[in-house]
Design a protein around this ligand. Structure first.
Ligand code: MEV
Length: 438
């Protein structure tokens, strides 16, 4: 068994590596070397990365790619994407070009409200709690004045505090359900600091509330935390075109294409097994931009999937329909992202990504990210209903297979050339490589 280690976080980096390799690896030098290989030679830069999280031993690279040619609200964008999956960036770029010829994407933020909650237990008379809350509410609002000052200057702050009676779900359970506007910040730290202040004041004022009995005075704070479910922080991105402008080939007419496309989306709307994969494809695009722009992809993922299930059954985040011969296809998704705070001013690649996008504000970034998700879903459905997904996917995966086989640059060139005219399968790549090597 691996021995328990105490005070690990206090060790220096080399001591941590020594402990790690000696307790986990047979080839200690080799393991150590892998970690060193990914260190940045710029010591200051490495230190910056070391300090992002605790117990950092090395760096873990993701590709930083770009998908050019996106037209969003009549402006041209090159979108940064950080993702390891072959074919995602290519699919996004193809979708961008396809829709450029049909007017590009439009996107609009519908609302930007964030949510935080103080969860607490109150054992007593609900009507007395309501009276107490109404009286203490202005004090709660006042209590965060110093915390809120900067946010208010930027046009944000607390929007409202509501007392919610949740005793129907759990005995004695209530919430302060708070809404916030955090403008260009994702706002997690701001919201959590406000919530903890509300909790403190609520508890303190309850002790002083004469109408409460001794036990009623003892409000128990369970927890104070923002919610990553943000159904009122929503953006909609859309494309539309005349049905006759959709792909029209010898195999499928544009009308049949539109109908098949809509049927594929409808299946994802109705069938959870398909919806999860459908939305996973959307998140390929969304997460890639969220990561490249230094935002919290776990928060985005959790919020998006909760939104996909908001009507009680897990469903598609995109929708499509034809009206008056116009094919319309759109996504509606909650995206709580920021363009200030967090990693946005710290990580050099994030700063570069934001500059690439012309330093967007949070609303513009929401629009760009939603478009990336819609483009990704378009690419996936387009492939699925025509050639099938594997053709494009395997073409992009070819290099991964060649790298697994340690192919040389020359071998790669020849094999890639061979597969421009042949179908890529894992076994066929191996066969061609073996033929070449023999
Ligand atoms: C693969 O990462 C994503 C897809 O499965 C999405 C989809 O099926 O819509 C291709």
């Amino acid at each position: 068994m691996i021995p328990e280690v105490t005070g690990f976080s206090k060790l220096n980096k080399q001591q941590k590596i020594d402990w790690l390799v000696s307790n986990h690896f047979k080839h200690t030098k080799k393991a150590e070397q892998v970690l060193y290989t990914y260190w940045n030679t710029d010591k200051q830069l490495q230190q910056l990365h070391d300090e992002f999280a605790e117990n950092t031993l090395s760096n873990f690279y993701l590709p930083f790619s770009i998908a050019p040619n996106f037209t969003i609200n009549n402006k041209r964008y090159t979108i940064p994407m950080s993702i390891e999956e072959s074919s995602v960036v290519a699919a996004a770029s193809n979708a961008a070009k396809f829709w450029n010829k049909r007017g590009g994407f439009t996107a609009k933020v519908i609302d930007t409200q964030k949510i935080g909650q103080v969860h607490f237990s109150f054992i007593g008379d609900t009507t007395k709690l309501v009276t107490f809350f109404n009286s203490v509410k202005p004090k709660l609002i006042n209590s965060i004045q110093p915390i809120e000052a900067n946010m208010k200057k930027r046009g944000g702050g607390l929007l409202d505090i509501e007392l919610r009676n949740k005793t129907g779900d759990i005995p004695n359970y209530y919430q302060l359900h708070c809404t916030f506007e955090t403008v260009d910040a994702m706002g997690a730290n701001f919201i959590n600091t406000c919530l903890e202040k509300f909790a403190e004041v609520l508890q303190l004022k309850a002790l002083e509330w004469d109408a409460f009995t001794t036990s009623e005075k003892e409000i128990e704070i369970i927890m104070s935390i923002l919610s990553n479910y943000v159904p009122d922080c929503i953006v909609r991105a859309e494309v539309f075109c005349n049905v006759k402008d959709l792909p029209n080939t010898s195999e499928i007419s544009s009308k049949a294409y539109a109908e098949k496309f809509i049927r594929a989306v409808t299946i994802a709307e109705k069938e959870p097994f398909r919806a999860v994969t459908h939305n996973k494809g959307i998140m390929n695009g969304i997460d890639a931009v969220v990561i490249a722009t230094g935002n919290d992809f776990r928060a985005i993922e959790a919020g998006a999937h909760a939104y996909a299930a908001k009507n009680g059954s897990y469903s598609s985040l995109t929708h499509a329909y034809i009206k008056n011969n116009i094919f319309t296809y759109y996504i509606e998704i909650p995206l709580a992202v920021g363009t200030i705070g967090g990693l946005t001013s710290l990580h050099p690649m994030v700063k570069l990504a934001l500059e690439l996008l012309n330093k967007p504000n949070a609303k513009q970034l929401m629009e760009i990210i939603a478009v990336a998700g819609l483009a990704q879903n378009f690419g996936a459905i387009n492939s699925l209903i025509t050639t099938g997904i594997q053709k494009g996917h395997m073409k992009m995966h070819l290099l991964n297979i060649l790298n697994q086989c340690n192919a040389t640059a020359e071998e790669k060139q020849q094999i890639v050339q061979y597969f421009t005219k042949n179908t890529v399968t894992h076994s066929e790549v191996i066969k061609q490589l073996e033929l070449l090597r023999s």
